[in-house]
Design a protein around this ligand. Structure first.
Ligand SMILES: [Zn+2]
Length: 208
């Protein structure tokens, strides 16, 4: 199976894939990933449905605590730049994004947006398995085995992508052009000084 076809996202199920009961807030769950001809298959199970057989059949598994997702906060949008970029790169399936995906996943792990759940191996390549702390989605990120000297270049590349200049609003555009005009006026001031006014135009010295 080509790598581009299985590094997709799979959301955590809101209910147990065994007994179909909705997970309660703070309930412990078990997640098992198994490899099927169609790709990775994810099963989320409650404590009761989890069994040694499920575990034995899994290529990877982890435990978590279910959290009822909080309503999104408006300010959360700004923080999701690295996350939305990672989602974009995973969706794009472009192998050229492998390095950036890896760096973004590590960044998001440091920010505790993603939790590293396991590391598995596929066709001799290490694959990091992450779970989104808030939504419970699975992110499969192949480890591109970057050398130290490559790491810095990729980090620079990713930082450049993360801080794009926001497009100017019409008001900002107006302010920017007004500022330009002010600067232009200021620039012309030194030119005027090259032709000093006659000395009699100078203010009279104050008398004691
Ligand atoms: Zn169950």
């Amino acid at each position: 199976m080509p790598i581009e076809e299985w590094d997709h996202l799979q959301a955590r199920s809101p209910l147990c894939n065994g007994c179909q009961k909705l997970f309660a807030d703070k309930e412990d769950y078990h997640t098992a990933l198994s490899l099927t001809p169609e790709g990775y298959r994810r099963r989320d199970l409650c404590q009761t449905c989890w069994s040694a057989t499920e575990r034995a059949n899994a290529v990877s598994y982890w435990q978590g605590t279910f959290q009822v997702p909080p309503p999104p906060k408006p300010e959360a949008l700004k923080k999701e730049d690295a996350e939305s970029l990672l989602r974009k790169f995973i969706d794009s399936k472009d192998p050229g994004h492998a390095n950036a995906r890896y760096i973004l996943a590590i960044m998001l792990e440091r920010k505790r947006t993603l939790r590293h759940r396991d590391t598995t191996e596929q066709d001799g390549q290490k694959v990091l398995i992450y779970e989104h702390a808030r939504t419970g989605e699975t992110f499969l990120v192949p480890d591109p085995r970057l050398r130290l000297d490559q790491l810095e270049a990729v980090q620079t590349e990713v930082s450049a992508l993360l801080a794009p200049p926001p497009p100017l609003t019409p008001v900002e555009q107006a302010l920017a052009s007004a500022e330009k005009e002010t600067n232009a006026a200021a620039d012309s001031a030194p030119v005027a000084e090259e032709n000093p006014p006659p000395s009699d135009a100078e203010p009279p010295a104050s008398q004691p």
